[in-house]
Design a binder for this molecule. Structure first.
Ligand code: DMJ
Length: 645
């Protein structure tokens, strides 16, 4: 160890040192115990100091967090490290300057926060002075602003496509004065209803009878009003009847009010056939872009329903969250054949109009899946589980739960200008199985279509099933083995049976379901099957039969139904369903279903019109009677699909 204290002050050499402890008593290599103790004390004091500094000095990261929130807004950014470097030897002076500026900034910030706080308090006090209505109005104005912005974003025009041949949108008056009068009567029924559309729209006024509102149908509550379904469903009927002012009124309402960004859980099927079908038909008839845009917006909201393990859509979807589910009552969580099988027409049109294959692919996927499945006795059961892809309960029906699936197989073929032969084959196969297993003649000679339930035929027919008469007639041309005559005859027999179900009641209106069992023929037995809710199926079949045969009895039967509806269902605010068609003093259900305007009155009007109004070679009616034009797909990419070869 060479400490200065141990070196001689002069240059003279000292004798060699004995560096042992005894030889040099003041320079020991070891420390005494007391010295060690003192050293230990100093060391522990030092460690304690470091600890204290670590925990108790201000946390610079907290300063940083505070700065992050405000610095960009309130504090002009000052880079102190740079300032220090530049000042070089004046670093100490620079640090003092920084601290001063920092204090100033803090003070300035404190003042600003205080001022903001006071301002917010003042504003809150002002708000509290306002009435509830004023506050609500302000909120509404803000909301409207946001809505307008969104609307602007959503309303981009869609790519133009060549419109199909739109023939027979307008036609002349029927030459026969009697028929003209009947047609005008149907139009008057409709027009009377439309007058009621004016301020403030019937449903919003509770002093009226609760008709027209579909207020008991939550699955149709799209947008901010319960009126949506009735207005959209009625539009094309108005157009066809030449009620253009009322049509424009509806268009205006849709433009301003029909909004799909809502927290509503809706039926995918019902929204498709009534809203999308209605909007598409209104677009094709009038050429007004708003209908096409709304249809596409809404369709986009239905797409999340297809996010299932199999691609078979859920029955219901929430328009906002996109969460889907099935009806609680459906067999083992199944989706329903008539629901997921009644999307094809509208979805093909959506792809056609937008150029986006997504819609087309969804419905073709469903078809492919169905084609691969085994069918008991060649029949399609009504229930299919969207998770497992397996059939639920073996129940087959051409009425409720099954009906429009068969209808859309036939109409897919017709709508494709008869190119979609795959759909026609599926239809022919299905109809053959139905004829074999479900169609029977009653003891009294009435042809009826029963229901297949777990290996047993239930000899009961629903009002809904009566549409099949029209379907058989429509599919007669182009049928397998040239059985056109046979299917036209089958259609006529069903029309006759369904007319009997009307004729055997007191009101001359058909019950919901009727039996052919135990001496009963075309009559409802159970009390809960005796109602008539303004359904169209029987009149629909009369119209198709009239178009294909021109047998005057169909117009006669249609006129009987018109009179009965006018006599027994007309109420002060519109038309209502009746609870018992066998009772001479009927009671009302207080609901005017939207399909009364979309279908029942439209089919009646067409029944008393010339055939050149919406000719069946050019138009195909969706299951809610919304006419969609035949697509000549040869020029589009859809025609590349094997289904169209
Ligand atoms: C309509 O909404 C459609 O026709 C659907 O296919 C089933 N039936 C109702 C009217 O009865």
């Amino acid at each position: 160890m060479t400490t200065p204290a141990l070196l001689p002050l002069s240059g003279r050499r000292l004798p060699p040192l004995n560096l042992g402890a005894s030889a040099f008593p003041h320079h020991r290599a070891t420390l005494r115990l007391s010295e060690k103790f003192i050293l230990l004390l100093i060391l522990s004091a030092f460690i304690t100091l470091c600890f204290g500094a670590f925990f108790f000095l201000p946390d610079s990261s907290k300063h940083k967090r505070f700065d992050l929130g405000l610095e960009d807004v309130l504090i002009p950014h000052v880079d102190t490290s740079k300032e220090g470097k530049n000042l070089g030897g004046f670093l100490i002076h620079g640090q003092g300057h920084d601290e001063h500026r920092h204090r100033e900034e803090e003070e300035r910030l404190r003042n600003k926060i205080r001022a903001d706080h006071e301002k917010a308090l003042e504003e809150a006090k002002e708000k509290l002075k306002k009435s509830r209505d004023e506050i609500q109005a302000e909120i509404q104005t803000e909301k409207n602003k946001v809505m307008q912005e969104l609307k602007k974003k959503d309303s981009k025009p869609l790519p133009p496509v060549p419109l199909p041949n739109l023939i027979g949108i307008n036609s002349g008056e029927p030459a026969d004065p009697d028929i003209r009068e009947k047609r005008n009567k149907v139009k008057e029924v409709k027009m009377m209803m439309m007058m009621m559309w004016s301020y403030p729209f019937l449903c919003l006024n509770s002093s009226f009878l609760l008709v027209t509102c579909n207020r008991n149908h939550s699955f149709l509550r799209v947008g901010n009003s319960q009126m949506g379904a009735t207005i959209v469903d009625a539009l094309d009927t108005l157009y066809i009847m030449g009620l253009h002012d009322e049509f424009r009124e509806g268009q205006e309402w849709i433009d301003k009010n029909l909004d799909f960004s809502v927290n509503s859980e809706v039926s995918v099927f019902e929204v498709n056939i009534r809203f999308i079908g209605g909007l598409l038909a209104a677009y094709y008839l009038s050429g007004q872009e708003v209908f096409k845009i709304k249809a596409v917006q809404l369709a986009g909201k239905l797409l999340p329903a297809f996010n299932t393990p199999t691609g078979i859509p859920w029955a219901m979807v929430n328009l906002k969250s996109g969460v889907g589910r099935n009806w609680g009552w459906a067999s083992a969580g199944s989706s329903i054949l008539a629901e997921f099988g009644t999307l094809h027409m509208e979805f093909v049109h959506l792809s056609y109009l937008t150029g986006d294959p997504v819609y087309y692919n969804k419905v073709m996927h469903i078809r492919k899946l169905l084609q691969k499945m085994d069918r008991p006795n060649g029949l399609y059961p009504n229930y299919l589980n969207p998770r497992t892809g397996r059939w639920g309960q073996h129940h087959t029906s051409v009425g409720g739960l099954g009906d429009s699936f068969y209808e859309y197989l036939l109409k897919a073929w017709l709508m494709s200008d008869k190119m979609d032969t795959e759909a026609r084959k599926m239809y022919d196969d299905a109809i053959e199985a139905i004829e074999k297993h479900l169609i029977r003649k009653s003891n009294g000679g009435l042809t009826f279509i029963g229901e297949w339930k777990n290996g047993h035929l239930e000899r009961k027919m629903g009002h809904l099933t009566c549409f099949a008469g029209g379907m058989f007639a429509l599919g007669a041309d182009g049928s397998r083995d040239d059985k056109a005559g046979h299917y036209l005859q089958l259609g006529a027999e069903i029309a006759h049976t369904c007319h009997e179900s009307y004729d055997r009641t007191t009101l001359k209106l058909g019950p919901e379901a009727f039996k052919f069992d135990g001496g009963v023929e075309a009559v409802a037995v159970r009390q809960n099957e005796k109602y008539y809710i303004l359904r169209p199926e029987v009149i629909e079949t009369y119209w198709y039969m009239w178009r294909f045969t021109h047998d005057p009895k169909y117009r006669q039967w249609g006129w009987e139904a018109t009179q009965a509806i006018d006599k027994y269902c007309r109420v002060s605010g519109g038309f209502s369903g009746v609870k018992d068609v066998y009772s001479s003093s009927p009671t009302y259900d207080d609901v005017q279903q939207s399909f009364f305007l979309a279908e029942t009155l439209k089919y009646l009007y067409l029944l008393f019109s010339n055939d050149d109004l919406l000719p069946l070679d050019n138009w195909v009616f969706n299951t809610e009677a919304h006419p969609l034009p035949v697509l000549h797909l040869a020029n589009t990419t859809l025609s590349g699909n094997p289904a169209y070869r």
